[in-house]
Structure formats: structure tokens, C-alpha cells
Design a protein around this ligand. Structure first.
Ligand code: NAP
Ligand code: GDD
Length: 350
């Protein structure tokens, strides 16, 4: 009889964490997520999957932090996972310029802490667990597109520098100790669950509110940057496939198509029925000290070796995000009309 596989996900409350959890639960895994203790709930993206722990659901959450090595070591020893996914990060590029040292501590040293805990756990358990490290196309930075596994890294932000370090920590541990650690190099991926300060979601959220008269302006930075945008549900499938592969390796995951921020805005505004030229203004706050101008990935290695390819098109991605955010704006309008004050979200900007 097949035993239930166990996965440990760091960063389970994020966009990718929630899609990966859905995927693994659907495959019959027992999923353990590490969450940060926060003063307000941070599990919105998981609430539809969570069951009362007293009723022994397949999803279990544990407090922990990438800043806390001892806790992660203990968690791995107690849970005995077969697969470990490190998705945890201060993942906002613009914010990493303001909080460079913190970003390095969580994104680079935090990954090392978890890999060290993984190394001890693999040794002590005498098993061969597998580790996924969430690398980023930001690592390519100023290297011209199309980018693949052979393209040199040229990181352009503290976030990207930290991801490069984490990537190399993974390769070093693989070579030094023979551990199963695979690095994904994922290009931008979005969804209706995308954080609201990343440009795609910032746009669709604002268009929904503008359409219903809840907001007048949308302030943006560089509209000329190009990104290779896919759907997060497709990309978490690639993460899982990397850990099912016979040997650990590094893989680019991308659609192979790119669009400018302006093109995303035009398509989303068209779907929402908003004249974006009347409501979008530039704000220097949203420009970066050093920008990544163009990312477009070549994922032929993942296609060839893993059999992975994206299934959700750019047009469906944009439509799903706009429709979701029009619905959210409608709910906000209904509440406002009923006399509830719905506060604007977020004090800081991104
Ligand atoms: P996200 O929505 O920002 O989620 C980040 C996750 O990391 C959240 O669960 C967050 O917890 C957690 N986290 C933050 N600081 C932590 C800490 N100190 N200790 C433990 N956990 C911590 O990011 P995402 O879009 O899902 O991306 C997942 C991963 O892939 C990240 O590492 C990101 O850098 C990388 N990546 C993303 C993309 C993309 O386009 N989405 C592309 C390439 C690589 P809270 O909920 O408590 O904040
Ligand atoms: N966030 C944001 N806000 N970006 C803006 C804005 C704005 O108001 N205006 C223009 N942009 C431009 C940025 O300058 C950048 O060129 C592009 O939109 C995309 O920005 P983000 O959506 O913030 O994503 P990112 O590409 O910087 O980083 C994301 O993708 C990486 C993979 O390439 C994040 O998810 C990273 O964690 C991830 O590694």
C-alpha cells in the first residue's frame, strides 16, 4: 500500500504557496506549512483549504520563520517531510532597495538556514528528501533576453543579489553533500491571488475600483519594462515536477512570450471598459534605482526534461484577474452603500 507523501512548505501563505498546497492536497499529500506569527491573520489565501486541526485535516500549519534556524531544524525532524519547498521571501523588488539588509537575511541567509536544517535532517533520518529553492528571473537582470539556464546572472536589486546567493547555496550543497536540491528559475507569474503591490494586480485592482467609481487615479512607474508573465497555477506544477525528476537540477520556467507593462495595462483596461489614459499617472516613487528592462524566458530544458509547458494563456490570465477584481470592487461598493466604511488598503506602496 502506498504511504502518504509529506510536503513541508515555507512561504505557504503567499500566492505560490496557496496554489502549491492545492496541487499537493489534490495529489493526496499531507501538507505542512510554516507560517509567521503576525498580529493579524495572514492565511486568507489558504482559508478555503484549511480544516479544523482537531478533525485531522491533511493541511497542518506550524509557526516558524526563515530567521529562526533552530525552529526549522526541529520542524523537519518532527514532520519528516519527503519534499521541502522554500517559497518564503521578502519578494518585492522595489521594497528590497529600502530594506536591503533584511531582504538579504531572509532571502539569502534564510534559504541557507533552511538548507542547513535540511542537510542535518537528511543525514539524521537516513532518507533522501528533496528540496525546491524558489529562484527568480530577476537573477538575470541586465542580461539580454531570451534567458535560459546558460545565461549569466546580472542581478539589479538587493532582492536579486540575494536570490543569486540562495541559488548558489543550493548548488554548493548539492555538490558538497550529494543532496537533492533543485533550483527553479521562475519568470513572473501572476493570478487573482497575486499580492496587491505587484504591478499586474495593482493595475487590475485599481481598474475594478475606478470602473465602479471607488477610486479616481492609478499611479504607476515605468510602463516600458517587459516581463514574461505566466499563471501561478502552471508554475507550481513545474516546481512539483522538478522534485519528481530522477536527479536534482536547475530549470528555467517561463512562457517564452513577453509584454510591456503598458500592454498589460491596455489589455486589462479594455476588458474592464476603462479609458486608462484618463486615470493613469506616473509617480517617481514607483521607479527603481536600477531597473530590469526586459525578461523573456526560454524554458526548452523544462519542456524537454520534465515535460512541462504552460497551459494558461496571457489573455486568459489578464481576463481572470480583471474579472476577479471587478467582483471585489462590486462587493466593496455594496458594503459602502450599506453604510460600512471600507478602508483603502495598505499604507505603504509598491
Ligand atoms: P509572496 O506572495 O510574496 O509570498 C512570500 C511568502 O514568504 C509568504 O508566505 C510570506 O509570509 C513568506 N515569508 C516572508 N518572510 C518570511 C520569513 N521571514 N520567514 C518565513 N516566511 C516568510 O511570493 P510568491 O509570489 O508566492 O513567490 C513565492 C517565491 O517565489 C518567493 O520566494 C519569490 O521570491 C519567488 N518568485 C516569485 C515569482 C513570481 O512572479 N511570483 C517569480 C520568481 C520567484 P507572509 O504571508 O507572512 O508575508
Ligand atoms: N510593483 C510595481 N508598481 N511595479 C511597477 C509599477 C508600480 O507601480 N509601475 C511600473 N512597474 C514595473 C516595475 O518597474 C517592473 O519593471 C515591472 O513593473 C514588474 O514589477 P513587479 O510586478 O513589482 O514585479 P518584478 O518583476 O519586479 O518582480 C516580480 O517578479 C520576479 C520574477 O521576475 C516579483 O514577484 C519577484 O519576487 C520575482 O522574483
Amino acid at each position: 500500500m502506498a504511504t502518504t507523501k509529506k510536503a513541508f512548505i515555507c512561504g505557504i501563505t503567499g500566492q505560490d504557496g496557496s496554489y502549491l498546497t492545492e496541487l499537493l492536497l489534490g495529489k493526496g499529500y499531507e501538507v505542512h506549512g510554516m507560517i509567521r506569527r503576525t498580529s493579524t491573520f495572514n492565511t486568507d489565501r489558504l482559508d478555503h483549504l484549511y480544516e479544523d486541526p482537531h478533525e485531522s485535516g491533511a493541511l497542518r500549519l506550524h509557526y516558524g520563520d526563515l530567521a529562526n534556524a533552530a525552529r526549522m531544524r526541529r520542524l523537519l525532524g518532527e514532520i519528516h517531510p519527503d519534499e521541502i519547498y522554500n517559497l518564503g521571501a521578502q519578494s518585492h523588488v522595489r521594497v528590497s532597495f529600502d530594506q536591503a539588509e533584511y531582504t538579504a537575511d531572509i532571502v539569502a541567509t534564510g534559504a541557507l538556514r533552511l538548507m542547513e536544517a535540511f542537510r542535518d535532517y537528511a543525514q539524521e533520518s537516513g532518507t533522501r528528501p528533496r528540496f525546491y529553492q524558489a529562484g527568480s528571473s530577476e537573477m538575470f537582470g541586465a542580461s539580454a533576453p531570451p534567458q535560459n539556464e546558460a545565461t549569466p546572472f546580472y542581478p539589479r536589486s538587493p532582492y536579486a543579489v540575494s536570490k543569486v546567493a540562495a541559488h548558489w547555496y543550493g548548488i554548493n550543497q548539492r555538490e558538497a553533500y550529494g543532496l537533492f536540491i533543485s533550483n527553479g528559475i521562475l519568470f513572473n507569474h501572476e493570478s487573482p491571488r497575486r499580492g496587491e503591490t505587484f504591478v499586474t494586480r495593482k493595475i487590475t485592482r485599481a481598474l475594478g475600483r475606478i470602473k465602479l467609481g471607488l477610486q479616481e487615479k492609478l499611479y504607476l512607474g515605468n510602463l516600458d519594462a517587459r516581463r514574461d508573465w505566466g499563471h501561478a497555477a502552471d508554475y507550481v506544477r513545474a516546481m512539483w515536477m522538478m522534485l519528481q525528476h530522477e536527479t536534482p537540477d536547475d530549470f528555467v520556467v517561463a512562457t517564452g512570450d513577453s509584454h510591456s507593462v503598458r500592454e498589460f495595462l491596455e489589455m486589462a483596461a479594455d476588458i474592464a471598459g476603462v479609458d486608462w489614459k484618463k486615470c493613469v499617472e506616473k509617480d517617481p516613487r514607483y521607479f527603481r534605482p536600477t531597473e530590469v528592462d526586459a525578461l523573456e524566458g526560454d524554458a526548452s530544458k523544462a519542456r524537454r526534461m520534465l515535460g512541462w509547458k504552460p497551459e494558461i494563456s496571457f489573455a486568459s490570465l489578464v481576463r481572470s484577474m480583471v474579472e476577479h477584481d471587478l467582483e471585489l470592487a462590486q462587493q466593496e461598493l455594496t458594503l459602502t452603500k450599506a453604510g460600512h466604511r471600507v478602508a483603502p488598503r495598505g499604507g505603504a506602496h509598491g
